[in-house]
Design a protein around this ligand. Structure first.
Ligand SMILES: NC(=O)c1ccc[n+]([C@@H]2O[C@H](COP(=O)([O-])OP(=O)(O)OC[C@H]3O[C@@H](n4cnc5c(N)ncnc54)[C@H](O)[C@@H]3O)[C@@H](O)[C@H]2O)c1
Ligand SMILES: O=C(O)[C@H](O)[C@H](O)COP(=O)(O)O
Length: 372
Protein backbone atom coordinates (compact mmCIF):
# COMPACT_ATOMS: atom_id res chain seq x y z
CA UNK A 1 0.00 0.00 0.00
CA UNK A 2 1.38 3.43 -0.93
CA UNK A 3 0.35 6.41 1.20
CA UNK A 4 0.94 10.06 0.37
CA UNK A 5 0.58 12.51 3.26
CA UNK A 6 0.95 16.25 3.81
CA UNK A 7 4.41 16.72 5.33
CA UNK A 8 2.88 18.81 8.13
CA UNK A 9 0.77 15.97 9.47
CA UNK A 10 2.46 14.64 12.61
CA UNK A 11 2.43 11.00 13.74
CA UNK A 12 1.95 9.56 10.22
CA UNK A 13 5.04 7.35 10.50
CA UNK A 14 4.06 6.16 14.00
CA UNK A 15 0.51 5.24 12.99
CA UNK A 16 0.77 4.12 9.35
CA UNK A 17 4.42 3.04 9.13
CA UNK A 18 3.81 -0.70 9.81
CA UNK A 19 1.99 -1.55 6.61
CA UNK A 20 2.62 1.19 4.09
CA UNK A 21 5.22 2.87 1.93
CA UNK A 22 4.92 6.50 3.06
CA UNK A 23 5.68 9.51 0.89
CA UNK A 24 5.28 13.06 2.26
CA UNK A 25 4.98 16.31 0.39
CA UNK A 26 4.08 19.98 1.10
CA UNK A 27 0.27 20.17 1.03
CA UNK A 28 0.17 22.96 -1.56
CA UNK A 29 2.48 21.07 -3.93
CA UNK A 30 0.70 17.74 -4.35
CA UNK A 31 0.36 17.14 -8.12
CA UNK A 32 -2.02 14.82 -10.06
CA UNK A 33 0.86 12.70 -11.45
CA UNK A 34 2.12 11.98 -7.92
CA UNK A 35 -1.17 10.22 -7.19
CA UNK A 36 -0.92 7.69 -10.08
CA UNK A 37 0.25 4.82 -7.87
CA UNK A 38 -1.08 6.06 -4.52
CA UNK A 39 -3.70 4.09 -2.55
CA UNK A 40 -4.20 6.43 0.40
CA UNK A 41 -4.06 10.24 0.41
CA UNK A 42 -3.91 12.15 3.73
CA UNK A 43 -4.29 15.94 3.57
CA UNK A 44 -4.80 19.05 5.67
CA UNK A 45 -6.95 22.08 4.89
CA UNK A 46 -4.59 23.56 2.27
CA UNK A 47 -4.90 20.77 -0.34
CA UNK A 48 -7.87 21.12 -2.68
CA UNK A 49 -9.03 17.57 -3.44
CA UNK A 50 -11.03 17.88 -6.65
CA UNK A 51 -11.38 16.39 -10.15
CA UNK A 52 -8.17 18.09 -11.34
CA UNK A 53 -6.05 16.67 -8.50
CA UNK A 54 -7.52 13.17 -8.84
CA UNK A 55 -7.38 13.08 -12.66
CA UNK A 56 -4.71 10.35 -12.70
CA UNK A 57 -5.41 8.74 -9.31
CA UNK A 58 -6.63 5.39 -10.54
CA UNK A 59 -5.56 3.33 -7.52
CA UNK A 60 -6.79 5.74 -4.87
CA UNK A 61 -9.20 4.04 -2.44
CA UNK A 62 -9.07 6.33 0.62
CA UNK A 63 -8.82 10.08 1.22
CA UNK A 64 -8.53 11.48 4.74
CA UNK A 65 -8.32 15.07 5.97
CA UNK A 66 -6.96 15.58 9.50
CA UNK A 67 -9.21 18.62 9.93
CA UNK A 68 -12.70 19.57 11.05
CA UNK A 69 -13.46 21.77 8.03
CA UNK A 70 -14.07 19.94 4.74
CA UNK A 71 -14.60 22.86 2.35
CA UNK A 72 -11.41 21.88 0.47
CA UNK A 73 -12.73 18.40 -0.43
CA UNK A 74 -15.11 17.51 -3.25
CA UNK A 75 -16.89 14.83 -1.23
CA UNK A 76 -19.49 14.22 -3.95
CA UNK A 77 -16.72 13.38 -6.41
CA UNK A 78 -15.17 10.93 -3.94
CA UNK A 79 -18.55 9.26 -3.37
CA UNK A 80 -19.16 9.01 -7.15
CA UNK A 81 -15.75 7.40 -7.65
CA UNK A 82 -16.21 5.01 -4.73
CA UNK A 83 -13.25 6.47 -2.83
CA UNK A 84 -13.70 6.17 0.94
CA UNK A 85 -13.46 9.47 2.79
CA UNK A 86 -12.80 10.42 6.42
CA UNK A 87 -12.38 13.72 8.21
CA UNK A 88 -11.66 14.38 11.89
CA UNK A 89 -14.74 16.07 13.38
CA UNK A 90 -14.04 17.63 16.74
CA UNK A 91 -10.31 16.77 16.66
CA UNK A 92 -9.11 20.26 17.54
CA UNK A 93 -12.25 21.71 19.14
CA UNK A 94 -10.52 21.93 22.56
CA UNK A 95 -7.61 23.86 21.03
CA UNK A 96 -10.05 26.32 19.45
CA UNK A 97 -11.75 26.69 22.86
CA UNK A 98 -8.36 27.42 24.45
CA UNK A 99 -7.50 29.91 21.69
CA UNK A 100 -10.73 31.88 22.10
CA UNK A 101 -10.40 31.82 25.90
CA UNK A 102 -6.89 33.26 25.59
CA UNK A 103 -8.23 35.87 23.14
CA UNK A 104 -11.11 36.86 25.43
CA UNK A 105 -8.72 37.41 28.33
CA UNK A 106 -6.36 39.47 26.18
CA UNK A 107 -9.24 41.57 24.84
CA UNK A 108 -10.46 42.14 28.41
CA UNK A 109 -6.98 43.31 29.45
CA UNK A 110 -6.83 45.64 26.43
CA UNK A 111 -10.24 47.19 27.04
CA UNK A 112 -10.18 47.11 30.83
CA UNK A 113 -13.29 44.91 30.82
CA UNK A 114 -14.57 42.61 33.50
CA UNK A 115 -15.83 39.74 31.36
CA UNK A 116 -18.54 38.73 33.80
CA UNK A 117 -20.39 41.92 32.86
CA UNK A 118 -20.17 41.19 29.14
CA UNK A 119 -22.13 39.17 26.58
CA UNK A 120 -20.62 36.78 24.05
CA UNK A 121 -22.44 35.89 20.84
CA UNK A 122 -21.39 32.47 19.52
CA UNK A 123 -22.25 32.10 15.84
CA UNK A 124 -22.20 28.41 14.95
CA UNK A 125 -22.74 26.16 17.94
CA UNK A 126 -21.18 22.86 16.92
CA UNK A 127 -18.02 21.22 18.25
CA UNK A 128 -15.91 24.37 18.55
CA UNK A 129 -18.74 26.79 19.40
CA UNK A 130 -19.81 24.61 22.34
CA UNK A 131 -16.24 24.62 23.73
CA UNK A 132 -16.10 28.40 23.46
CA UNK A 133 -19.51 28.89 25.08
CA UNK A 134 -18.52 26.67 28.05
CA UNK A 135 -15.35 28.67 28.72
CA UNK A 136 -17.19 32.00 28.43
CA UNK A 137 -19.83 30.83 30.93
CA UNK A 138 -17.05 29.75 33.29
CA UNK A 139 -15.78 33.34 33.12
CA UNK A 140 -19.26 34.50 34.16
CA UNK A 141 -20.21 35.89 30.73
CA UNK A 142 -23.74 35.88 29.38
CA UNK A 143 -23.71 33.73 26.25
CA UNK A 144 -26.04 34.10 23.25
CA UNK A 145 -26.07 31.10 20.95
CA UNK A 146 -26.81 31.54 17.24
CA UNK A 147 -27.18 28.49 15.01
CA UNK A 148 -30.08 28.70 12.54
CA UNK A 149 -29.71 25.07 11.33
CA UNK A 150 -29.88 23.81 14.95
CA UNK A 151 -32.62 26.32 15.81
CA UNK A 152 -34.89 24.54 13.33
CA UNK A 153 -35.02 21.60 15.77
CA UNK A 154 -34.66 23.46 19.07
CA UNK A 155 -36.60 26.70 19.03
CA UNK A 156 -35.77 27.88 22.55
CA UNK A 157 -31.97 27.76 22.93
CA UNK A 158 -30.93 30.05 20.09
CA UNK A 159 -31.10 33.70 19.06
CA UNK A 160 -31.06 35.09 15.51
CA UNK A 161 -27.89 36.34 13.81
CA UNK A 162 -28.87 39.98 14.27
CA UNK A 163 -29.26 39.54 18.04
CA UNK A 164 -25.98 37.62 18.35
CA UNK A 165 -24.25 40.42 16.44
CA UNK A 166 -25.39 42.82 19.14
CA UNK A 167 -23.27 41.10 21.82
CA UNK A 168 -20.21 42.85 23.26
CA UNK A 169 -18.02 40.12 21.74
CA UNK A 170 -19.04 37.93 18.80
CA UNK A 171 -17.11 34.75 17.98
CA UNK A 172 -17.65 32.89 14.68
CA UNK A 173 -17.58 29.07 14.49
CA UNK A 174 -19.40 28.13 11.28
CA UNK A 175 -18.27 25.92 8.40
CA UNK A 176 -17.60 27.73 5.10
CA UNK A 177 -20.58 27.14 2.81
CA UNK A 178 -21.60 28.90 -0.39
CA UNK A 179 -25.10 27.57 -0.88
CA UNK A 180 -27.95 25.87 0.91
CA UNK A 181 -30.35 27.53 3.34
CA UNK A 182 -27.68 29.04 5.61
CA UNK A 183 -24.66 30.04 3.51
CA UNK A 184 -21.75 31.44 5.51
CA UNK A 185 -19.54 33.00 2.80
CA UNK A 186 -19.36 36.71 3.81
CA UNK A 187 -21.85 36.11 6.61
CA UNK A 188 -20.23 39.20 8.09
CA UNK A 189 -20.72 41.43 5.05
CA UNK A 190 -20.73 45.18 4.51
CA UNK A 191 -24.29 45.57 5.86
CA UNK A 192 -23.60 43.53 8.99
CA UNK A 193 -20.40 45.51 9.58
CA UNK A 194 -22.27 48.80 9.17
CA UNK A 195 -24.66 47.79 11.97
CA UNK A 196 -21.89 47.18 14.55
CA UNK A 197 -21.05 49.70 17.24
CA UNK A 198 -17.48 50.97 17.72
CA UNK A 199 -17.00 49.26 21.07
CA UNK A 200 -17.64 45.73 19.81
CA UNK A 201 -15.19 42.87 19.52
CA UNK A 202 -15.22 40.26 16.74
CA UNK A 203 -13.33 36.94 16.72
CA UNK A 204 -12.89 34.70 13.68
CA UNK A 205 -11.37 31.26 14.28
CA UNK A 206 -13.36 29.38 11.63
CA UNK A 207 -12.75 30.28 7.97
CA UNK A 208 -11.41 33.55 6.53
CA UNK A 209 -14.07 33.89 3.83
CA UNK A 210 -16.83 34.10 6.45
CA UNK A 211 -15.85 37.76 6.93
CA UNK A 212 -15.62 40.35 4.16
CA UNK A 213 -12.05 41.47 4.93
CA UNK A 214 -12.10 44.48 2.58
CA UNK A 215 -15.33 45.81 4.09
CA UNK A 216 -13.78 45.47 7.56
CA UNK A 217 -10.68 47.33 6.42
CA UNK A 218 -12.83 50.15 5.01
CA UNK A 219 -14.63 50.50 8.36
CA UNK A 220 -11.41 50.45 10.38
CA UNK A 221 -9.74 53.01 8.11
CA UNK A 222 -12.73 55.34 8.26
CA UNK A 223 -12.81 55.15 12.06
CA UNK A 224 -9.07 55.82 12.13
CA UNK A 225 -9.43 58.88 9.85
CA UNK A 226 -12.34 60.23 11.91
CA UNK A 227 -10.52 59.64 15.19
CA UNK A 228 -13.34 57.40 16.48
CA UNK A 229 -12.95 53.96 18.08
CA UNK A 230 -12.25 51.02 15.83
CA UNK A 231 -13.80 47.60 16.17
CA UNK A 232 -11.57 45.27 18.18
CA UNK A 233 -10.69 42.34 15.92
CA UNK A 234 -9.17 38.92 16.61
CA UNK A 235 -8.33 37.11 13.37
CA UNK A 236 -6.91 33.62 13.13
CA UNK A 237 -8.22 33.10 9.61
CA UNK A 238 -8.07 35.34 6.54
CA UNK A 239 -9.66 35.61 3.14
CA UNK A 240 -7.38 34.19 0.41
CA UNK A 241 -4.90 32.38 2.72
CA UNK A 242 -1.97 32.06 2.57
CA UNK A 243 -2.22 35.66 1.34
CA UNK A 244 -3.32 38.19 3.94
CA UNK A 245 -4.79 41.67 3.45
CA UNK A 246 -1.67 43.24 5.01
CA UNK A 247 -3.21 46.71 5.39
CA UNK A 248 -5.84 45.21 7.72
CA UNK A 249 -3.30 43.79 10.18
CA UNK A 250 -2.47 47.10 11.97
CA UNK A 251 -6.19 47.43 12.68
CA UNK A 252 -6.41 43.96 14.28
CA UNK A 253 -5.69 43.43 18.00
CA UNK A 254 -4.64 39.78 17.67
CA UNK A 255 -3.49 38.39 14.32
CA UNK A 256 -2.51 34.72 13.97
CA UNK A 257 -1.86 32.37 11.00
CA UNK A 258 -4.74 29.85 11.18
CA UNK A 259 -3.37 28.09 14.24
CA UNK A 260 -6.35 28.19 16.61
CA UNK A 261 -6.63 24.41 16.36
CA UNK A 262 -2.87 23.74 16.50
CA UNK A 263 -2.47 22.00 19.84
CA UNK A 264 -0.34 18.87 19.87
CA UNK A 265 -3.33 16.96 21.24
CA UNK A 266 -5.56 18.29 18.43
CA UNK A 267 -3.08 17.25 15.76
CA UNK A 268 -2.68 13.80 17.32
CA UNK A 269 -6.46 13.33 17.43
CA UNK A 270 -6.69 14.43 13.79
CA UNK A 271 -4.16 11.91 12.48
CA UNK A 272 -5.52 9.21 14.79
CA UNK A 273 -9.07 9.71 13.48
CA UNK A 274 -7.76 8.94 9.97
CA UNK A 275 -5.82 5.91 11.21
CA UNK A 276 -8.97 4.56 12.86
CA UNK A 277 -11.07 5.20 9.74
CA UNK A 278 -8.52 3.49 7.48
CA UNK A 279 -8.31 0.47 9.82
CA UNK A 280 -12.10 0.21 9.68
CA UNK A 281 -12.18 0.54 5.90
CA UNK A 282 -9.52 -2.16 5.53
CA UNK A 283 -11.08 -4.26 8.29
CA UNK A 284 -7.86 -4.59 10.27
CA UNK A 285 -7.57 -4.09 14.02
CA UNK A 286 -5.84 -1.01 15.40
CA UNK A 287 -2.35 -1.51 16.85
CA UNK A 288 -1.92 1.93 18.36
CA UNK A 289 -3.65 4.27 20.84
CA UNK A 290 -3.81 8.07 20.73
CA UNK A 291 -2.27 8.36 24.22
CA UNK A 292 1.02 6.78 23.15
CA UNK A 293 1.59 9.66 20.70
CA UNK A 294 1.82 12.42 23.31
CA UNK A 295 4.93 13.29 25.35
CA UNK A 296 4.42 14.42 28.97
CA UNK A 297 3.37 18.09 29.12
CA UNK A 298 6.00 20.65 30.21
CA UNK A 299 3.71 21.84 33.04
CA UNK A 300 2.11 18.88 34.77
CA UNK A 301 0.20 20.47 37.64
CA UNK A 302 -0.65 23.82 39.23
CA UNK A 303 -1.82 24.24 42.81
CA UNK A 304 -4.10 27.21 43.55
CA UNK A 305 -4.47 28.62 47.03
CA UNK A 306 -6.93 31.37 46.16
CA UNK A 307 -10.14 31.47 44.11
CA UNK A 308 -9.20 32.25 40.52
CA UNK A 309 -10.44 35.72 39.53
CA UNK A 310 -10.12 36.99 35.95
CA UNK A 311 -6.53 38.18 36.44
CA UNK A 312 -5.44 34.84 37.89
CA UNK A 313 -7.22 32.90 35.13
CA UNK A 314 -5.42 35.10 32.59
CA UNK A 315 -2.05 34.28 34.19
CA UNK A 316 -2.86 30.57 34.31
CA UNK A 317 -3.91 30.46 30.68
CA UNK A 318 -0.81 32.44 29.61
CA UNK A 319 1.37 29.92 31.41
CA UNK A 320 0.13 27.19 29.05
CA UNK A 321 -0.76 29.18 25.93
CA UNK A 322 0.43 32.76 25.33
CA UNK A 323 -1.60 34.01 22.36
CA UNK A 324 0.44 37.23 22.25
CA UNK A 325 3.53 35.27 21.23
CA UNK A 326 1.63 34.04 18.17
CA UNK A 327 0.50 37.59 17.39
CA UNK A 328 4.05 38.96 17.74
CA UNK A 329 5.49 36.26 15.47
CA UNK A 330 2.79 37.04 12.87
CA UNK A 331 3.52 40.79 12.84
CA UNK A 332 7.29 40.25 12.68
CA UNK A 333 6.97 37.88 9.73
CA UNK A 334 4.19 39.69 7.83
CA UNK A 335 5.35 40.58 4.33
CA UNK A 336 8.15 38.00 4.14
CA UNK A 337 7.61 35.60 1.22
CA UNK A 338 5.73 32.48 2.37
CA UNK A 339 5.48 33.77 5.94
CA UNK A 340 2.00 32.39 6.59
CA UNK A 341 2.80 28.78 5.69
CA UNK A 342 6.22 29.00 7.36
CA UNK A 343 4.75 30.09 10.70
CA UNK A 344 2.30 27.20 10.52
CA UNK A 345 4.99 24.67 9.56
CA UNK A 346 7.32 25.81 12.34
CA UNK A 347 4.58 26.32 14.93
CA UNK A 348 5.96 25.65 18.42
CA UNK A 349 4.61 22.69 20.33
CA UNK A 350 1.47 23.89 22.12
CA UNK A 351 -0.32 21.85 24.77
CA UNK A 352 -3.99 22.13 25.73
CA UNK A 353 -5.08 23.57 29.09
CA UNK A 354 -6.42 20.07 29.78
CA UNK A 355 -2.83 18.76 29.92
CA UNK A 356 -2.40 20.63 33.23
CA UNK A 357 -3.83 19.29 36.47
CA UNK A 358 -5.33 22.18 38.41
CA UNK A 359 -5.71 21.44 42.09
CA UNK A 360 -6.84 23.56 45.01
CA UNK A 361 -9.80 25.89 44.47
CA UNK A 362 -10.90 24.69 41.10
CA UNK A 363 -14.68 25.00 40.78
CA UNK A 364 -14.45 26.78 37.45
CA UNK A 365 -11.25 25.03 36.35
CA UNK A 366 -12.88 22.18 34.46
CA UNK A 367 -15.25 24.45 32.54
CA UNK A 368 -12.27 26.59 31.56
CA UNK A 369 -10.65 23.48 30.07
CA UNK A 370 -8.16 22.44 32.78
CA UNK A 371 -7.94 18.93 34.18
CA UNK A 372 -9.13 18.97 37.80
N1 LIG B 1 -8.96 28.08 12.95
C1 LIG B 1 -8.82 26.78 13.13
O1 LIG B 1 -7.73 26.31 13.40
C2 LIG B 1 -10.02 25.88 13.05
C3 LIG B 1 -10.03 24.70 13.80
C4 LIG B 1 -11.17 23.89 13.75
C5 LIG B 1 -12.24 24.24 12.94
N2 LIG B 1 -12.17 25.37 12.19
C6 LIG B 1 -13.31 25.77 11.33
O2 LIG B 1 -14.44 25.97 12.20
C7 LIG B 1 -15.58 25.40 11.59
C8 LIG B 1 -16.53 24.97 12.68
O3 LIG B 1 -15.99 23.85 13.37
P1 LIG B 1 -16.93 22.93 14.28
O4 LIG B 1 -16.11 21.77 14.69
O5 LIG B 1 -17.55 23.72 15.36
O6 LIG B 1 -17.99 22.48 13.22
P2 LIG B 1 -19.39 21.82 13.48
O7 LIG B 1 -19.83 21.26 12.19
O8 LIG B 1 -19.33 20.92 14.67
O9 LIG B 1 -20.33 23.06 13.88
C9 LIG B 1 -20.67 24.09 13.00
C10 LIG B 1 -22.00 24.66 13.43
O10 LIG B 1 -22.29 25.79 12.61
C11 LIG B 1 -23.69 25.79 12.36
N3 LIG B 1 -24.01 26.63 11.22
C12 LIG B 1 -23.99 26.31 9.91
N4 LIG B 1 -24.36 27.37 9.16
C13 LIG B 1 -24.59 28.40 10.03
C14 LIG B 1 -24.98 29.75 9.88
N5 LIG B 1 -25.22 30.29 8.68
N6 LIG B 1 -25.11 30.52 11.00
C15 LIG B 1 -24.87 30.01 12.24
N7 LIG B 1 -24.55 28.71 12.43
C16 LIG B 1 -24.38 27.92 11.34
C17 LIG B 1 -24.02 24.31 12.18
O11 LIG B 1 -25.41 24.06 12.35
C18 LIG B 1 -23.16 23.67 13.25
O12 LIG B 1 -23.85 23.50 14.47
C19 LIG B 1 -15.03 24.22 10.76
O13 LIG B 1 -15.90 23.92 9.68
C20 LIG B 1 -13.70 24.74 10.30
O14 LIG B 1 -13.87 25.37 9.06
C21 LIG B 1 -11.10 26.20 12.24
O1 LIG C 1 -10.66 22.70 9.99
C1 LIG C 1 -9.76 22.51 10.80
O2 LIG C 1 -9.72 21.49 11.50
C2 LIG C 1 -8.66 23.52 10.97
O3 LIG C 1 -8.93 24.64 10.22
C3 LIG C 1 -7.32 22.93 10.65
O4 LIG C 1 -6.73 22.53 11.84
C4 LIG C 1 -6.41 23.88 9.96
O5 LIG C 1 -5.11 23.41 9.94
P1 LIG C 1 -4.44 22.75 8.65
O6 LIG C 1 -5.24 21.57 8.29
O7 LIG C 1 -4.48 23.72 7.53
O8 LIG C 1 -3.07 22.42 9.07
Amino acid sequence: MKLLADENMPFVQELFGDGAEIVTCPGREIRPEQLRDVDVLLVRSITRVDAALLAEAERLSFVGTATIGCDHIDTELLARRGIAFASAPGCNKVAVGDYVLAALLRVAGHKGWSLKDKTLGVVGVGNTGVEVAARARALGMTVLLCDPPRALKDTTAFVGFEQALGADIVSFHVPLTHGGDHPTWHLLDQDAIAGLSDDQVLINACRGDVWDNRALLARQQLAHQQGSSQLTLVMDVWEHEPEVLASLVPHVLLATPHIAGYSLEGKARGTFALYRALCEQQQVSMRHTPEQLLPPPPIGAVYLNQAPDQALVASLVRLVYDIEQDDTAFRQALGQPGFFDRLRKQYPQRRELGSVLLSGMTDAGEALGFKV
